[in-house]
Design a protein around this ligand. Structure first.
Ligand SMILES: [Zn+2]
Length: 263
């Protein structure tokens, strides 16, 4: 995962009316793909005609920056591919795409159906009828590297496209703390108890809108039991048995890397 802060290159701001043509443009299409120029960098002019909206989101590398949604499919790249093309652009795009999603998803009030308007103060879409405020939505999720001696617990998820084993992970449910979410997910997915739960770090994961909270823990008690539905198999891996991911984009890979390097 990228170790630098998004704010190393970014000064946050927001406006739907500010304009300056000398700018960087994060242009997304309706598949959430990012447009890059022929030399695979950010466009500095707005060549697309069929633009849905243009929003000012602050300064990236000292230059005014806009998020745009456009109807297009030529030279658009999946965000995970952008990570391999340019890490700085990817990091900024993880925010830009969430601003785009927020604006698209809250054009109408989810409570009463009225067309929303931008709030004067916050990056929020406000309902003029019932007053409901609609902010960008982030879904917190936990991921945990569970260790037993020199082994790491990994599980095979039924929803995974590949046959690969992965760390235990899941969304935080309404009403629980993040620590409670870890203990519950581990109990539900593999049926064991853990101890010495330690928070490590977090990562914005815009696929589609997660905030990943990474933990380490140690095995405490119980035998592995999987439900056979969400989780097909789970087992303990020695470091040489772990099959790494193709990409180091995720905090999951960072946890696995730390486990391997701990010997
Ligand atoms: Zn409303």
């Amino acid at each position: 995962m990228i170790e630098k802060s998004i704010y190393d290159d970014y000064k946050i701001a927001f406006s739907d009316s500010y304009t300056n043509d000398d700018a960087y443009y994060f242009i997304f299409n309706n598949n959430r793909e990012l447009h890059l120029t022929s030399d695979k960098t950010l466009p500095q002019e707005l060549t697309y005609i069929n633009i849905d909206f243009k929003l000012y989101i602050g300064k990236f590398k000292g230059k005014d920056t806009f998020v745009v949604n456009a109807d297009g499919d030529d030279s658009f790249f999946d965000l995970k591919d952008v990570y391999d093309i340019d890490r700085d652009i990817y990091l900024m795009a993880t925010r830009a795409v969430l601003v785009r999603d927020w604006y698209i998803n809250h054009q109408y009030c989810g409570r009463c159906g009225t067309k929303t308007v931008l709030d004067e103060n916050d990056m929020a879409l406000k309902c003029p009828s019932c007053g409901q405020m609609h902010y960008s939505r982030i879904a917190p999720a936990i991921i945990v590297a569970i260790r037993k001696g020199d082994e790491l617990l990994m599980a095979k998820h039924s929803y995974h496209e590949t046959i690969r084993y992965a760390l235990i992970a899941g969304f935080v449910e309404a009403g629980e703390s993040i620590e409670e979410a870890v203990h519950r997910e581990v109990a539900e997915e593999v049926g064991i108890k853990i101890k010495n739960l330690k928070y490590q770090k977090s990562q914005s994961w815009p696929f589609p809108n997660s905030l990943m909270l990474a933990f380490t823990a140690e095995y405490d008690s119980g035998d592995i039991k999987v439900d056979g539905d969400e989780i097909l198999k789970a087992k303990w891996f020695k470091k040489d048995e772990i099959i790494r991911y193709d990409s180091d984009i995720s905090i999951s890979d960072w946890l696995i890397q730390n486990f391997i390097e701990s010997f």
